[in-house]
Ligand binder design. Structure first.
Ligand code: ADP
Ligand code: UVW
Ligand code: MG
Length: 400
């Protein structure tokens, strides 16, 4: 009976899932899908690994969340794959904030869920969306094992000064420091880079995860040594609706002079800022690139300027730049953004080959570039499936 895991990836602008068989060393995808929340009645779409449509359903409940819809996913899987006698061993979840405690995946218990829930103020856009399916699945399948894979775990070894904020030390002792996020994506992409170009593993690498949420990671020997997100996933790059790095005085100004409440400021920074706030048009890079409006161009310009500035910042931590990798929805698909960032980094010797970039080839750097530049599609779901398979193996063979 083949063992499987169901993986849920709840991001800020999408909820994706994948069913993986884990009998072999490398998990293999059986079906995948997403929850499309862009319409009034969220739509659940299930596809084959090759992308053919298998199943579609819409929720009737106006305030249904991912939790409810994953009951439908489970029902679909049992119906479709039941005849193959698949054994669902666990559900693996991407959890955005893991706090200071976790350097790897963790089996979910009530205590762990409570601990993760307590981190909600540090990731209000994500944590409730990540935790809702856990509760919904626990209610309908109390015996089903659930495993959390934390976005913060990859950065667990981050040390001062990179991890430190310049505020009194007592706050650092209470956990106020840079945690970093998008760790599952960085881990997957770093692994793929090691397959494509093993000679670069020990070199100075920056991975740019540019999606609805966006952050950079500086890596040496496959490990995170710096990253642009901080205590929360607000810091760093300009994002779909998040501000990224900002003068903290702006927050004081908004409260003192604009008389905004803390809740209003939080809403402004997480939901109304970034590409959406600057353009006044959309948080979606596709829409902005297609728009003829000056405000859309302004938002895109700020996005690429900040991205290039912060690549240079990561390069400073590394003492140079040998390799730059683009990933995430924007990094993988928006050639205009890759070339604009590449141009802004020309002073560092970065040169992108126009034809390779146009075709989104794996390696897009020009022959005379001082740094190799790659486009590597991320796969957070596979990273989660690998972790779950490893956790299940350890449970079976505790001596390993
Ligand atoms: N072909 C494309 N061209 C430009 N931007 C794209 C393209 N496809 C996706 N994107 C952008 O990618 C972003 C979403 O990234 P993604 O990584 O899928 O999001 P999430 O962070 O929710 O996982 C959106 O801004 C979207 O416009
Ligand atoms: C951490 C984060 O920003 O995630 P996402 O890109 O899914 O919003
Ligand atoms: Mg994402």
């Amino acid at each position: 009976m083949p063992d499987t895991v169901l993986v849920l990836n709840s991001g800020s602008s999408s909820i994706k899932f994948g069913l993986f068989e884990i009998s072999a060393v490398e998990p293999s995808l059986l079906c995948k899908g997403l929850l499309d929340e862009h319409e009034a009645k969220p739509r659940l779409v299930v596809k084959s690994p090759a992308g053919e449509d298998l199943f579609e359903t819409r929720t009737e409940a106006p305030d249904a969340d991912g939790g409810h819809l994953f009951a439908d996913v489970l029902a679909f899987i049992e119906d479709r794959f039941g005849e193959h006698h698949l054994h669902l061993r666990a559900v693996g979840h991407r959890i955005v904030h893991g706090g200071p405690d976790y350097s790897g995946p963790v089996a979910l218990t009530d205590d762990v869920v409570a601990k993760l829930e307590a981190l909600t103020p540090l990731a209000p856009l994500h944590q409730p969306r990540c935790l809702a399916p856990i509760r919904a699945l626990a209610a309908i399948r109390p015996a089903l094992r659930q495993i959390a894979c934390l976005d913060t775990a990859f950065h667990h070894g981050l040390a001062p000064p990179a991890s430190r904020f310049a505020i009194p030390r007592r706050y650092e002792e209470r956990g106020v420091r840079r945690y970093g996020f998008h760790g599952l994506s960085f881990e997957y992409v770093a692994g793929r880079l090691a397959e494509i170009a093993p000679e670069l593993v020990a070199k100075r690498t920056v991975i740019a995860h540019l999606g609805n949420g966006a952050s950079l990671c500086a890596l040496r020997n496959g490990r995170s040594v710096d990253t642009t997100m901080g205590l929360t996933p607000l810091d760093g790059l300009v994002m779909g609706t998040r501000c990224g790095t900002i003068d903290p005085g702006v927050l004081l100004y908004l409260q003192q002079h604009e008389k905004m409440s803390i809740e209003d400021v939080q809403h402004l920074l997480y939901h109304q800022s970034g590409l959406f706030g600057v353009s006044g048009i959309s948080a979606d890079m596709r829409t902005l690139l297609a728009s003829g409006e000056i405000a859309a161009r302004d938002a895109v310009d700020l996005f690429t300027l900040r991205a290039a500035q912060q690549v240079a910042m990561m390069a400073t931590t590394l003492g140079g730049l040998d390799c730059l990798v683009f990933t995430g929805g924007i990094g993988e698909h928006a050639k205009e953004i890759r070339s604009a960032i590449g141009e802004r980094l020309g002073w560092l010797g970065v040169r992108i080959d126009a034809a390779a970039n146009e075709e989104a080839r794996e390696r897009i750097s020009a022959g005379d570039s001082a740094a190799e530049v790659f486009v590597i599609p991320t796969n957070e779901e596979l990273a989660i499936a690998r972790h779950c398979a490893a956790v299940l193996r350890t449970m079976r063979n505790p001596a390993n």
